[in-house]
Design a protein around this ligand. Sequence first.
Ligand SMILES: Cc1ncc(COP(=O)(O)O)c(C=O)c1O
Length: 496
Amino acid sequence: MSVEPDRTWRDTPLIFERSRTGRRAGRPPIPDLPTPDVPESLRRARPPRLPELSEPEIVRHFTALADRTFGVDTGFYPLGSCTMKHNPRVNERLASLPGFRDLHPYQDDDGAQGALELMWRLQEMLAEIAGLPAVTLQPAAGSQGELTGLMLMRAYFADRGEDRDTIITADTAHGTNPASVTMAGFKLEKVETDARGNLDLEDLRAKVNDRTAGLMLTNPSTLGLFDEGIEAVAEIFHDAGALLYYDGANLNAVVGISRPGDMGFDIVHYNLHKTFSQPHGGGGPGGGPVAVRESIEPYLPAPTVVRDGDAFRLDHDRPKSIGRVRGFAGPFGVFVRSYAYMRAYGPGLKEMSEVAVLNANYVLARLRDVYDLPYDRHCMHEFVLSARNLKREHGITALDVAKRLMDYGIHPPTIYFPLVVPEALMIEPTETEPKERLDGFVDAMRRIAEEAAESPEVLKEAPHGRPVRRLDEVRAAKQPILRYLFDEHPVRVDAT
Ligand SMILES: Cc1ncc(COP(=O)(O)O)c(C=O)c1O
């Protein structure tokens, strides 16, 4: 056995590379059962090639992989627009209470009263937060909420005999907005952002007409700015007979302070996995409920949860419904966590948003003299800086800054989005971070700006201390190698 420096952290072998023929983690007793008569045609020609390892080696392998993962439980994760905040652990306990966990979706309403009541109460709370009366819990993500909302618009106009085919989005819109518009069969029109970071009202007036079905807008926007002209925007659309859709991904900034329904929005989605705390990212479970005005309520997906006196039931009798958008009643475990989160805060829920906005403005105030600030205003729960000054002066890009942050043990912010800001760094600290973490982030960002001037090559080659350096991210996404190439790796029989 050769003795080499420990490279395991940087170079974790694949589980198949650790495999040695004949190794086992445990030997289950051979069952005393008759051998089933499997037809020859269905039998394997040879046994499957599985990794063969002892139990400690399996544990070490997966622990080594887990150690390489960075998450919100590992450190500061200011990924703008994604609201990566702490998920209270008690919510996990509640979601796995046997009465919730073991409930079958085909359970009769009589045997699921607790679950139905929780869903009904969650609908009521969400309706209050949006300032709109009716809610569907079905969509499983913000983007699915968007698609659902657009399908609701389509059903609404079809029922009124109106032929409208265009949806307007902001030029700062998240990529899912135009994608949902196209998927729902609408034409897309973009409206520009003005010099203060609001929707350009002139541009908007020129684009809204009797073909316009509606607007899809995030408020605060992806620039982290509350649209100062939102009432005028709502008037322009409503005067033209069109509807307003609120992309609630940034609701974390306004809960209990202002309500989309009061701003003039007719349809709203929530991202339960951002605002109301859920594990998310990397395909974690999500929730994208949608709230609507009375006039759109008949088209909501069926079934919805209704209350009859003291009893709760699923209402399938909805003749104008757009139908189901997800299996059963929606992502139930997500409902339990969000409900628990809201109940834990109670009427103080608005403190969540106040602290999110305070934290973001604190970090912004401490960084604005070293990075460019494209829209010089107070921000909401997030803000967008630009590294264009570092690029101009030292050739350092937003990507270099993001990669270097990893060497400081911090997850990079969102970069190059929104598209209207060159070299964008979109930073969302969230309300769950203490001041020391915010200061640590500020110090790292300020130090990186100094490094850009003193030793730009260090930034160009960052990260230096992570398991991998700079990857070809496009290739990794477009041509991922997810299959072990057995033909190129014959079985190893050396049992060292
Ligand atoms: C502004 C905005 N809108 C919509 C979405 C889509 O939400 P989801 O990821 O739940 O589909 C996101 C997600 O990051 C977002 O930031």
